[in-house]
Design a protein around this ligand. Sequence first.
Ligand SMILES: [Mg+2]
Length: 402
Amino acid sequence: MIIIHVDMDAFFAAVEIRDDPSLRGKPLIIGSLPNECGVVATCSYEARKYGVHSAMNIKDAYRLCPNGIYMHPHMDKYKAVSDALHVIWNSYATALESVAYDEAYLDVTERAKNFDGAREIAYEIKRRTREELGLSCSVGVAYSKSAAKTASEEKKPNGYFEILTPEAFVSLMRDRDVRALYTVGEKTAEKLHRSGIRTVRDIQERREEVVMLLGKQGQWLASLAFGIDDRPVTPYRPEDAKSIGREVTFQKDVDNYSLLKDILLLLSLSVDRRAKRVGLHGRGVSLKITYADMKSITRSQLVFSTDSPLEVYRTAARLLDNVEHRPARLIGVSIYNLSAEREPQISIDELIEEKTHRSENELSALLSSLGARYGLDFAGNLDKLFKADTLHKTIEYMRRHS
Ligand SMILES: [Mg+2]
C-alpha cells in the first residue's frame, strides 16, 4: 500500500487571506465572534502564536488574542474550494477517503508504482494546490494511513514528510508521548498516563496492560505502537469511488424494455450531472440490471469520453439491447475510468462547440419525445428532477403509466 495524506494548512483562514490579502500576517480567527457563544473553527498561524487553536471557546480565544480579527466562516466558499481540491486529489488516487473539507487519504499504490512515484505525486499536488488554488498544504507519504497522517503533521505548514516502513514509524514515535499516536485523545492519554504508560515505547512493552485497560481500542493501539495498520482507504463520497452511478429499484418488476430504455436516459443525465459537478469524466459506461429472481448482471463498454450525457445514454441503451430481456427489479448506469475534465484545446474549440450544440439539440428532442410519451415536462424541470427522491418518484410514475 502507498498512501498519501493531504492536509490543508489553516484551511478556512488561508482561503480568507487568499481572497483578502490585507489579512495576511495578522491573527485571523474564524468561527464565532467574541460577543457570541461558540468556538474557534480555524485560525491563522499568527493567531496560533497567541495560543489560540481550533475548538477553543471563543471567549478564551479573545482573552488570549484581543487584537485578533474575528470572522464568521463562509462555508459555501470553502465547499467550492474543497470540490476543486477533490478534483486534484482524484486525478492521482484510485480510492480517496475524504476526512473533512480540507483533508483526505489517497490510495496511490497503482498510480505511483513505488515510493519515488509517490513523492513525485505529493510534490505535484503541492504545486497544483499552490498554482491553481493559491493555497498551501502539508503532505505525508507512507505505507499506511496512520503513518501518512503522522507524516503530514510532521512538517506543518507547507510540509512534506515520508514514513516508508513500520520500522521508520517506530523509530520516529518510540519516545513520544502516547498522544502522538493517531486516535489517542485526551481521555485515553490520561488513562494511560495514570497507569504510568507515557510513551509509545511503554505501549510496546506493556501491551497486555494496555489491552486490559482499553479493550478493543487497546488492541488497536498495541498494533499501532509497532507501526501496524492495514486499514484500506475507503471512499464514501460517490465521486471519490472509481465510478459514478445512479440506479433505481422498482416497486414492481418491469418487463417493458422500451420503458427501461427511457429510464436509462434519465439515469444517464443524472450521472452526467454528478460527474460534471465534481469535474470528472469517464472512459467507460456500465449498465447494471437486477432481475426479478435477484440475479444481477453488469455489462460495460469503453468509450472515448463520457463528456456528453447522450454518449452515456446511447452506450447504456446498446448494452441494454444485448442483455436477456427478463422482468427487472433494478436498473442502473455508471461511468468509470474517471479522470479530471480536460481543457478543450483551442484549435478544436469550434468543432467541440458545434458538436456540443448538435448534441444539446438531440438531447432536448429526446427529452420532449420522452415527455410526450408520459405526459410530463422533462426539459423544463431537469433541475428539480434530479433532486432527492424526485427522480425515483418520476420513474415510478412512468412505470405506472407505461
Ligand atoms: Mg487542515
